[in-house]
Design a protein around this ligand. Sequence first.
Ligand code: C2G
Length: 447
Amino acid sequence: MTKVITYGTFDLFHQGHYNLLKRAKELGDYLIVGVTTDHFDESRGKLNVVDSIMERIENVRNTGFADEIIIEDHEGQKIEDIKKYGIDIFTLGSDWEGAFDYLGQFCKVVYLERTPNISSTMLRKNQFKIVNVGIVGTGRIAPRFVAEAKYVSGINIVKAYNPEVESGKLFERKYDIECLTDSYEDFVEQVDAVYIASPNETHYIYAKIALEHGKHVLSEKPLGFTRAASEELYQMAEDRGLVLLEAVKTAYCPGFQQLMNVAQSGKIGQITDVEACFTRLANPEARECTDGQYGGSFLEFGSYTLLPIFKLLGTDYKAVHFNSIYGENGVDFYTKVQLEYENSMATCKTGVRVKSEGQLVIAGTNGYILAESPWWLTKKFEVRYEDEDQIEVYEPTFQGDGLRYEISAFISKINGNEKNGYKLTAEEAIAMAEITEKFMEKKREHR
Ligand code: C2G
């Protein structure tokens, strides 16, 4: 009996998939089809799969060609499967020509001619309109957004906006994206959605005007400086059926959710303390070190550190205390925030002129989780116990600098897909604004 194996995502199942499976089956007597998990697809850079794994499996099953369907969930699995199932022929479409020749040491490798003029990418494009995005603010983060957006399908960066003409024109020349410098309203009218990466104090108003004009918003944090401001914008978005997302990129990194899930799995017992630290020694001339009102470490990094705390302990804290070391210009060079909960506690530490160990420690009654810097990208974390030899290491996959995941979540939400909605809820974002508000009050007292 000749055993054949093939793999695929099989998203938005189409004629190309059908033909491929038919011909794969004809290569032998028994066909095994490996269907990829969302997680595996995410790790190999396919960020926009529409159908659930169950739908994709069902579609493969309905062809009647597969004698057996298996799940593909990690790199390196193909070799395992070939050995495990005693495979004679490995096959894929000709778009993969050459890529799997190395499997030739284990079985025969056949590339079947790909069906022309049809692909899941094409169908996704037809099903969903390309989202034309305008970038507001052309400072340090905008170029990173441009670079990372290239990995997400369904997004087109069409315009930029910056009232500071010189900076705007520099960006325009460098990235070949037209930058408008005049009326924000005119700019907003020319796009479907905005990504707000302007100075902190402008996020709220830029977001509000965009929402008023019926545009989706992805805003750098903090979105607003008060709970009321943040609530108002989320309510506006909801009333108008628009997407409003805060760019707390950690929330969308694949490993971060896994870290949260492991923490809540009972492995480390009752979660008792969460300590999150994020410091970066910034250029003393940079805005975060010079702007006494809207700069400083907490506004810069606070939302990252609050994220695991709210995810694990909830937003219903009993009390919050702030301690900051201020520069003469009123900037908080270092801030420590302590939150009290019924049966647990948490600490955030942020710094722009003070350097500390950037780690996340989640302490439980049975053990703890340690995620070292850069835990906010969550490339690695460990579960540790009293017995110091017992360490479980997790190394989730992560690509680029993390922005692609939040961009992908933003675009898929605009396309009506809510599957990433739990990653940063409006409730969590509003609670972050509430902490920001209390922090700002404290800071004003200092001044
Ligand atoms: N295919 C085809 N003709 C098309 C489109 C796709 O023959 N017009 C084939 C692909 O070459 C692949 C299969 O259909 O063999 C599934 O395609 P996808 O769902 O795009 O999955 P893919 O990313 O190619 O998975 O481990 C996963 C595999 O390495 C490849």
